[in-house]
Design a binder for this molecule. Structure first.
Ligand SMILES: NC(=O)c1ccc[n+]([C@@H]2O[C@H](COP(=O)([O-])OP(=O)(O)OC[C@H]3O[C@@H](n4cnc5c(N)ncnc54)[C@H](OP(=O)(O)O)[C@@H]3O)[C@@H](O)[C@H]2O)c1
Length: 397
């Protein structure tokens, strides 16, 4: 297991270690429901369109926690042992032969896609010292941002961009390289509603929609209202308020609502209600209507599993019927879908490098560093399971 592997024999040598490959370590998921264990991992050289990053900060996401906690219910294609993790920031140590945007030593952030179908699973996982990243899903990191700050972004910004800009989702105009105020259309007001603006994905959706020139109305708990306003929301309401949908419709009276984005458990139904109340015809959903959080962490059928399965299927069918009757298109979004369409290059090659460099785009939500070292990834996942509020849990390496 400690032997280095390479699927690109002519790759350049890694920086700082002439003649030898760096020693890699990973936090491995050895089987369904297992706790992560840290031990050596192969170091993999990049394919022509890839880079290798020495990770300095990594973040944990609900999908890592859900994969670990639900066994083979999701991501069934992942072999064991696996390396989970999507969000990395660090230094480039090796560059594939076709990559021109990065050099050894560059500070970068990247969305690594080892959990996705058809990818090279272990090398492209994030919970390790050295990750292989697709150059198209990486961006240079300006000196003004630390690795901890940058690690909050990759999956969240990719999911938000897929939802907002893909033609099969909300299909919004793309962000333009001028500040939002100047980018606002001269005609009538156009808005986007982000239900769950204090989630990681929602924080990025607010900023991306503003950068594309839309007014943003959002929801969050009251203690996060100032946080989401700083990201660009013009109005914010408490998602727990029974009048939230009505209040949103009232502030958007006379405004064209270009789309509604829903992030967070339980966000799908109110997002559709907002679309009905505002006349929006497109809804993009990042979260299932039922939480997988309460499932027992063991194999086999259980009442909770049955309840979640029935709730998820039944809830989705009811939602789709409601949408169809009203002429609304509501679709689930998959955060990695942007790597196969024009949204990926728009975000990672054009928008993010410029917007991060000039400080226009904020690394949000704020990082909360759980600890130093790969053995802190498991505590970070446990903390995520307990819940976070406008924070991204980060481990430094
Ligand atoms: N489809 C995909 O590819 C994809 C990718 C990434 C994430 N996701 C999903 O998107 C969701 C958000 O992920 P994340 O990483 O952004 O989450 P997160 O940051 O961990 O979410 C925490 C936030 O959720 C908010 N929240 C809790 N209940 C809510 C509700 N009923 N309505 C609105 N907001 C609520 C809380 O807001 P307050 O603190 O203000 O109460 C809290 O700040 C998760 O369901 C995740 O599984 C999907």
């Amino acid at each position: 297991m400690t032997q280095p592997t390479s699927h690109h024999a002519n790759g350049p040598a890694a920086a700082g270690e002439p003649g030898s490959r760096p020693r890699n370590q990973a936090a491995w998921l050895d089987g369904p429901f297992a706790a992560l264990t840290v031990r050596p991992a192969p170091y993999t050289a990049p394919d022509p369109d890839e880079i290798v990053i020495r990770n300095r900060a990594i973040a944990v996401n609900p999908l890592d926690e859900i994969k670990q906690a639900t066994g083979n219910l999701m991501y069934r294609w992942l072999p064991y042992p696996s390396v989970l993790g999507e969000d990395v920031a660090g230094e480039v140590v090796e560059v594939g032969s076709a990559v021109t945007r990065f050099s050894v030593g560059d500070r970068v952030l990247a969305y690594v896609v080892g959990m996705e179908k058809g990818r090279n699973h272990q090398p492209e996982g994030g919970f390790q010292l050295y990750s292989v990243a697709r150059a198209m899903l990486a961006a240079p990191l300006p000196e003004s941002l630390s690795f901890e700050q940058a690690a909050v972004l990759p999956l969240a910004v990719s999911t938000a961009a897929s939802a907002l800009f893909q033609s099969d989702q909300l299909g919004l105009r793309h962000p333009v390289p001028v500040p939002p105020a100047e980018a606002a259309p001269a005609g009538g007001r156009e808005a986007v509603v982000v239900w769950g603006g204090s989630t990681s994905v929602g924080s990025n959706a607010i900023q991306l929609a503003r950068a594309a020139g839309y007014e943003v109305v959002t929801t969050a708990s009251p203690h996060n209202h100032d946080v989401v306003r700083r990201l660009g929301a013009s109005h914010v309401f408490d998602y727990a308020s029974p009048t939230a949908v009505r209040d949103i419709a009232a502030v958007l009276a006379g405004v064209t609502v270009a789309g509604v984005f829903a992030a967070g458990t339980g966000s799908a139904e109110p997002a559709v209600a907002v679309a009905i109340a505002t006349g929006a015809t497109r809804v993009s959903l990042a979260s299932p209507s039922v939480s997988l959080g309460g499932l027992p962490q063991r194999r086999g059928p259980s009442r909770a599993l049955l309840r979640v399965g029935v709730g998820m299927i039944g809830g989705n069918v009811a939602l789709q019927v409601r949408c169809r009757r009203r002429g609304i298109r509501a679709r689930f979004v998959w955060g990695s879908s942007l790597m196969t369409n024009e949204v990926g290059p728009m975000l990672w090659q054009r928008f993010l490098p410029a917007a991060l460099a000039d400080g226009r785009y904020l690394a949000a939500p704020a990082p909360h560093v759980v600890g130093l070292g790969l053995d802190q990834v498991q505590p970070a996942l446990a903390a995520l399971r307990r819940g976070v509020s406008a924070r991204k849990l980060v481990v430094t390496l």
